[in-house]
Ligand binder design. Structure first.
Ligand SMILES: *[C@@H]1O[C@H](CO)[C@@H](O)[C@H](O)[C@H]1NC(C)=O
Ligand SMILES: *[C@@H]1O[C@H](CO)[C@@H](O)[C@H](O)[C@H]1NC(C)=O
Length: 322
């Protein structure tokens, strides 16, 4: 009996013990603070961290994915936005890196791997940088040792997407991560996306849940116009249950390799198709312009469940599904 109690106490402790690391590998495979794997298969920005407390700081980290067109199914992290706020006085530093800035730093063409964009603190007040000899990685090192943020660049040659990564490590004993869905890294509760899904009584795959959470989060400044339009449609046009319906119906366009690759191979843009899909679903399947644009993008591709046949009926009788 006692053993059972001790064992279940241990289980509870394990379920809530937040690891102080959140990272992405292969461009899209997130390992959250609870060590739960998730996938970010969309060429848009997301909040990996949002106002997570680590040591003296609140840290926000927004990677921006892109789709690699040459191999047509890989996601690569192209940009890395970092914001830190000193908890004691609210002073901030905000900046970003991307593949070019980081590569210039590694090649000794640029002095710093992250460019400051805003805030009263100077870069040198907060950070030093990792070494230039690191294999395809740049690191922001918080000066007093509170945390490290590493941005791994993809290698155009060889096993190229494997090195596309980020890693946030908090070394301070003061660590208070924000909850999912405010940040994808979560707060250390296991299976946070599934928990959220179950709390909402949604029965679908949790990928749809993740899409829903990313594209209804207007705190993220989407810079790609299709990502922005998809987020706006999901947030403003969709009413009630339509939001989740749009996520559920449209995510396979980006998340299922055979569909996404087919759209790319036909020289159309999967993120544009996703955007038109969201606009179409959020109009209650009445937006004829969205239907027409989408029909051109998914024509001659594998059937998108719940979508292709509606498009064929509503606006393109000769839509062909492979
Ligand atoms: C943080 O990153 C720097 C640069 O790569 C490294 O030298 C240092 O050991 C890291 N800190 C910890 C505590 O791992
Ligand atoms: C962690 O987040 C979950 C939602 O994902 C929430 O239900 C839970 O209360 C949070 N736990 C703590 C300790 O803040």
């Amino acid at each position: 009996m006692l053993r059972i109690i001790v064992a279940s106490l241990l289980l509870v402790a394990v379920a809530y013990a937040a690891e102080q690391v959140c990272e992405a590998r292969n461009g899209k495979n997130i390992i959250t603070f609870s060590e739960t794997p998730e996938r970010t298969k969309f060429p848009c920005k997301y909040n990996a961290l949002r106002a997570t407390k680590c040591g003296k700081w609140k840290v926000t980290l927004s990677p921006g994915n892109t789709m690699e067109m040459e191999k047509m199914k890989r996601y690569v992290i192209k940009t890395m936005w970092v914001g830190v706020e000193r908890i004691s006085d609210g002073m901030k530093w905000e900046g970003r890196s991307d593949l070019k800035i980081a590569r210039k730093y590694l090649n000794n063409i640029k002095k710093e791997p992250f460019v400051k964009k805003d805030g009263a603190l100077s870069t040198g007040d907060v950070f030093t940088f990792g070494p230039r000899n690191a294999d395809n990685k740049v690191t922001l090192v918080e000066k007093s040792g509170d945390f490290n943020i590493t941005f791994g660049l993809y290698e155009p040659e060889g096993d190229w997407h494997k090195s596309s990564s980020f890693k946030f490590e908090c070394f301070s004993s003061t660590f208070d991560p924000s909850d999912y869905p405010k940040q994808i890294c979560g707060n250390g509760t296991k299976m946070e996306v599934r928990e959220f899904k179950q709390a909402m009584d949604w029965t679908d795959q949790r990928k749809a849940t993740l899409f829903h959470n990313v594209f209804t989060n207007m705190d993220i400044v989407q810079t790609d116009s299709d990502c922005l339009s998809a987020a706006r449609a999901m947030t403003n046009k969709c009413k009630g249950d339509q939001q989740f319906e749009a996520a559920r119906v449209c995510w396979p366009i980006l998340g299922k390799p055979h569909i996404q690759r087919c759209i790319s191979q036909n020289m159309d843009s999967p993120i544009s198709a996703f955007r038109h899909c969201v606009e179409y679903v959020c109009s209650g399947y009445t937006d004829l312009n969205a239907c027409l644009a989408l029909s051109e993008e998914i024509d001659m591709c594998p059937q998108v469940p719940e979508l292709s046949l509606k498009v064929r009926d509503n606006c393109k009788p000769d839509l062909f599904c492979n």
